[in-house]
Design a protein around this ligand. Structure first.
Ligand code: PMV
Length: 349
């Protein structure tokens, strides 16, 4: 009899429009955030369990990334499992094997923690349902997966929903919470549901600062209080723009958020400059193109040098021409990932 039980989820990365930067307690955000869920950049994770052969009470875990055993990732996941094993008793009762891969190259400068941690949290919740012979109602299932994704990596909690998700208490967003993300796909204007996101790889090098260190720098950042107020105000303004399809306001807020994130890093102690000259050259070119073409195309940035270009689907061919002519030259080896707003995670089996 085959006693191995398996579950596989594909879960996407997300790109924040209002940035989460600064946290407290057990992965609780200092301000609310909101993001587009991506489509092409995802992780696929399989969680397999089988009865233990010995009587040890330790968590038995093997972790494979791209089919190769990965001890560094194993250690990270092991710590995560230690912190949540009370909620998932099977973690100690069974021997666990995890296989994970990303649709995007490891060294592309794309953060993989959101997609990988959300995929893992979804697998944990599915496996738990399977072992307990229960079917958690859809909304509760995704809220629970989002909660555990957050404990793995904060922003990962936003990846379990299609199109757009917020995380953090906000009086205008129903059911919003600091503990899990909320699906925003049903109240935003249709124009945002097919938005494009072209990722312009200014540099594919490893991140200069981990987000764990980045968040902790906010504890001593002299502008922290003002920043948390600004994030709340920006989210309130953005919510209105998202509802009405007001692209000018959308763009203004999104670009301010990206530049604020980088300004906060520049004025932290120690200080980090994560933009490169090519990032700045692209920002200038995008602003010039927007001005001269009147096409609503905007940029945002993660905690790194790569530009996420955001624009409505109907301008796709004109923007691709612009990318080819003016932006590609600033990308490392001409690398660009053409992504778009996505449909959310998928249960594979
Ligand atoms: O989820 P973390 O701890 O990797 O932090 C993510 C921080 C940003 O990507 C810079 C912003 C965000 O809200 O996703």
């Amino acid at each position: 009899m085959n006693t191995i039980k398996k579950v596989t989820w594909q879960s996407p990365s997300n790109i924040a429009l209002i940035k989460y930067w600064g946290k407290h307690g057990n992965q609780l955000p200092n301000n609310p955030s909101i993001s587009f869920t991506l489509e092409e950049c995802y992780s696929e994770t399989t969680l397999a369990i089988e009865p233990k052969t010995g009587s040890s009470n330790e968590i038995e875990l093997r972790f494979y990334f791209d089919k190769k055993e990965n001890l560094a990732f194993r250690l990270k996941i092991l710590q995560f499992f230690e912190s949540i094993h009370k909620e998932f008793s099977f973690l100690r009762d069974y021997s666990i094997v995890i296989h994970s891969m990303n649709s995007f190259p490891h060294s592309s400068g794309i953060a993989s923690s959101a997609s990988s941690m959300s995929a893992l949290a979804l697998c944990l919740c599915s496996m738990d349902d399977m072992l307990n012979k229960r079917k958690t109602p859809k909304d509760d299932f995704f809220a629970r997966a989002s909660h555990f994704a957050r404990l793995g990596s904060g922003s990962a909690c936003r990846s379990v929903y299609p199109v757009m998700a917020s995380w953090g208490k906000n009086k205008h967003i129903k059911n919003s919470s600091d503990k899990f993300a909320t699906d925003c796909s049903d109240w935003i204007h249709p124009i945002f549901k097919t938005f494009q996101n072209s990722i312009l790889i200014a540099s594919a090098s490893e991140k200069k600062v981990s987000s764990r260190v980045g968040h902790s720098l906010m504890e001593t950042n002299p502008f922290a209080t003002a920043r948390y107020k600004q994030a709340n105000d920006n989210l309130n303004t953005l919510i209105k723009a998202l509802m009405t399809g007001d692209l000018d306001t959308f763009g203004e807020i999104v670009e301010t958020e990206a530049l604020t994130l980088h300004a906060l890093m520049m004025c932290s102690t120690p200080s980090f400059t994560l933009m490169t000259p090519n990032t700045l050259a692209m920002i200038e070119a995008i602003r010039d193109f927007r001005e001269s073409s009147q096409i609503p195309v905007y940029f945002t940035l993660d905690a790194g040098p790569n530009i996420h270009l955001l624009y409505p689907n109907k301008f796709k061919s004109k923007v691709h021409e612009f990318i080819d002519l003016e932006l590609k030259q600033f990308c490392e080896n001409g690398r660009i990932i053409f992504d778009a707003v996505g449909k959310g995670p998928k249960l594979i089996k």
